[in-house]
Write a protein that binds this ligand. Structure first.
Ligand SMILES: Nc1ncnc2c1ncn2[C@@H]1O[C@H](COP(=O)(O)OP(=O)(O)OP(=O)(O)O)[C@@H](O)[C@H]1O
Length: 363
């Protein structure tokens, strides 16, 4: 379902002026704290009314200042998941999920809802007896019981520690891969966004700095300034060749060769997305020999992009995938890097964190 948002809104001293289109699936709103992500989500939910513009989901107009349309929040069929699960403490999980909609609990059973979220065995428990990740999965289950037309998730992992995040993400991936409901996912963590999103909207100071297909933006060296130097990095599509190789590593097949990365929690044959940070890629003109790094992929330089600082972003084609490296201008000059040059990308195995590796979902 296509989505079109074009809104302006004054919120105190803050001016929101956001426009983007998305083909649906999972649209991530990414950007630093205070850039206006939640304000956009609130406008989609109908919790606030923009001063001007429109919000359309497929052929449904939720807001249009020109034709004076403003669908009230309770008629928008929105599922909203916040940072905190916000469950009713005096009710069991089952009651929380069925709250106000006694006949709908069962409609979320099966493939699309509770089973995917792994919460069917928790229905008798009370919120105090749930881990943070379980409680958040219940909150998502509750949001689904209203059979929403759109699911809004505002930093749903922010309150979880890293271990709980890692445990929670596969559930979320399974859910977004199965649901046909458009999802808006707010986050300032690129590792989450890279695993979940189809479409990326990068926000800055109330405006949309970039909007487009996730993989395309992440492999565009010109986008580094918007993504952040540390977070920038392309996504490799890989297949698990051997999840349980020796030494705590997994063997992953890319279109240009094999990668040895920290062990993934997935069966052999599974398709995954792996984000390789640009700062974790080293380039060599000749095939390195006698190097400790295990991962050496043949590449072709497609583009060089000089930023403000001493770094150069180098866009690379590696088989059918894109990679990106961030090296110094000095190295780029010494190596004589230019578009069309063949080289080798070296990726250190331990530099890729488990949080950068996720199952390939809907995208
Ligand atoms: N009703 C309001 N009145 C005045 N200012 C507001 C209002 N709502 C939001 N703001 C301001 O608008 C700016 C954007 O807030 P918003 O919550 O949308 O940002 P965000 O990107 O979601 O940030 P975070 O990641 O910290 O949640 C902030 O400076 C906030 O203080």
């Amino acid at each position: 379902m296509s989505v079109s948002v074009q809104i302006t809104q004054r919120l105190g001293d803050f001016a929101l002026d956001a426009s983007f289109e998305s083909a649906g699936g999972v649209t991530a709103l990414f950007g630093p704290s205070g850039c206006g992500k939640t304000s956009v989500i609130n406008a989609i939910a109908g919790l606030s009314k923009p001063d001007a513009g429109h919000i359309r989901l497929g052929d449904q107009v939720l807001f249009d200042s020109e034709t004076d349309v403003f669908v009230p929040p309770h008629k928008r069929r929105i599922g909203y998941v916040f940072q905190e699960p916000r469950l009713f403490p005096h009710m069991s999980v089952g009651q929380n999920i069925g709250y106000g909609r006694p006949n709908q609990l069962y409609s979320t059973r099966g493939d699309g809802g509770l089973a995917v979220l792994g919460i069917e065995h928790l229905l008798e428990r009370y919120p105090r007896d749930l881990s943070g990740g379980e409680a958040q999965r219940v909150a998502i289950g509750r949001a689904l019981t209203s059979q929403p037309k759109v699911l809004l998730m505002d930093e749903p992992l922010a309150a979880l520690d890293d271990a709980r995040k890692a445990e929670f993400l596969p559930y979320l991936q399974a859910l977004v891969a199965k649901t046909s409901v458009p999802v808006f996912y707010v986050s300032h963590a690129m590792s989450e966004v890279a695993q979940l999103a189809d479409h990326l909207v990068v926000m800055r100071d109330g405006r949309v700095a970039r909007s487009g297909e996730l993989a395309q933006i992440l492999s565009d060296p010109a986008a580094i300034s918007d993504i952040g130097v540390r977070e920038a990095g392309a996504i490799l599509n890989v297949t698990v060749a051997q999840a349980d190789a020796s030494d705590g590593l997994s063997v992953l097949a890319t279109s240009a060769g094999r990668l040895f990365l920290p062990r993934v929690q997935a069966e052999d044959g599974r398709a995954m997305r792996v984000r390789i940070r640009a700062s974790d890629v080293i380039l060599s003109k000749d095939k390195p020999d006698g190097l400790s790094a295990l991962n050496i992929l043949p590449c072709t330089v497609t583009q060089l992009h000089e930023g403000q600082g001493p770094g150069v972003a180098v866009a690379l084609r590696s088989g059918e995938d894109a990679l990106m490296a961030r090296i110094t201008r000095r190295s780029a000059r010494t190596m004589g890097l230019k578009a069309g040059l063949s080289c080798y990308a070296v990726i250190k195995s331990v530099s890729v964190a488990p949080s950068d590796m996720g199952e390939r979902g809907a995208g």
